[in-house]
Design a binder for this molecule. Sequence first.
Ligand code: NAD
Length: 477
Amino acid sequence: MQKITFAKGDGIGPEIMDATLKILNAAGARIEWEEIEVGEKVYLSGNTSGISAEAWDSLRRNRVFLKAPITTPQGSGYKSLNVTMRKTLGLYANVRPCKSFHPFVRTKHPQLDVVIIRENEEDLYAGIEHQQTDEVVQCLKIITRPGCEKIVRYAFEYARLYKRKKVSCLVKDNIMKLTDGLFHRVFKEIAAEYPDVESDSWIVDIGAARLSDTPEIFDVVVTPNLYGDVISDITAQISGSVGLAGSANIGESCAMFEAVHGSAPTIAGQNVANPSGLLRAACMMLNHIGQPDVAERVLNAWSCTIEEGIHTPDIYTEGISRVKVGTQDFADAIIERLGQKPKQLQSSEFARGVKLNVGAYHRRQPAQKVLKGVDIFVDWKGQNPEELADRMRKLDNEIKLTMITNRGVKVWPNGFSETFCTDHWRCRFEVENGHPADKRSIPAILSEAIAEGLDIIKTENLYEFDGVKGFSLGQGQ
Ligand code: NAD
């Protein structure tokens, strides 16, 4: 018996969780269930995190969590509990297998069989946002070497374990050369350690277009958080219904299993929701806790039900389906078929019983880090960059003004009058002679700027790491 925490969530959550637990218990899952409350009710009781201290205790004690979808109330007073839980529990890998069930579930992509492995803790989901001027807000995109190494290695280990042929990396490093560039570089380094697994790389825009048009050319996809979020919903939807896909959030010591979809409040309480996403996630969980025999029994019965055309409304199609059933009747149909084997649908997908572990991250020898200058961001309501340059040049010391950009594009020196400018200016100061800059030069510039009445909103130091620039050029530089 293993103790597992579960939460019924919001919207369609309670209906699909009841159906899932009923099937798991009937299939002989060796689980003792412990329920916690998370989500809307907790948020609206005045707890803006959406989760109580007792619920955290249960999660940290049991380390495995089966979670129904929850509703995040609108408004800036609430943070997404899903993102908080993934990050707080260190669940770095989000694994989302998407598969077509042709000819039993209608889809334009009968060959679709793709596993999206989405980085789960970083990227724009760091949630670090600031308003800096009247006109400008920013969101920090954080990509780390440990984060990239863990997720990419996980993808290759997954491919090996599940006998998948290829891992594809989707990034936008033609634009984000440092952040997505690091993800891509780590991908290439780690791919070289797995010569038995093919690998390729795509710019995310054309990669996502091909994934939604010709998914059969992909096998395992590894990608940063935001792209993974978007493409996994698309891939689940084009397999037949977003209601079909389950997902695993895997960390070094904890794991959380949930459907890919949300709480679908518009169809809640009507007994029409498809419980398959949560049920398939529960099968991933059974595999994770060493009960692949039960996972296989459940998936076989599920496949038989789908093959026999017993379908919930989201996948019901005249001419393909036979009976339209509600959530609970669908669950009962699966229970009736426990012990049967499907005729066509392969269902041993998750039944490996092996827990993937990529091992701990080992920090490398630190690089030689040399200060080369500073970017100083200024809130300035003027329009002519020459005027700002005149004021900023008065601040020069051993580091000197070399460039001003607005929204990343160079406007000084030799800017174009056509370039639209906001009130958010970046002034780059650099050492001239290639020597390391003295750190004290930066506060000296800042205190001069304050004395000059300039509104400095932030600074970013410019470093070289082992002789390689750790900052991007200005556009047009
Ligand atoms: P959603 O995924 O909840 O639903 C979109 C639509 O997809 C529904 O209206 C429904 O037509 C269909 N659908 C989804 N699941 C289905 C199922 N099991 N069976 C049949 N049809 C299904 O997306 P949304 O409406 O944008 O989000 C609703 C709420 O869910 C929001 O508050 C959002 O924050 C939350 N959400 C939670 C999670 C999570 O808990 N992991 C994930 C995504 C969204």
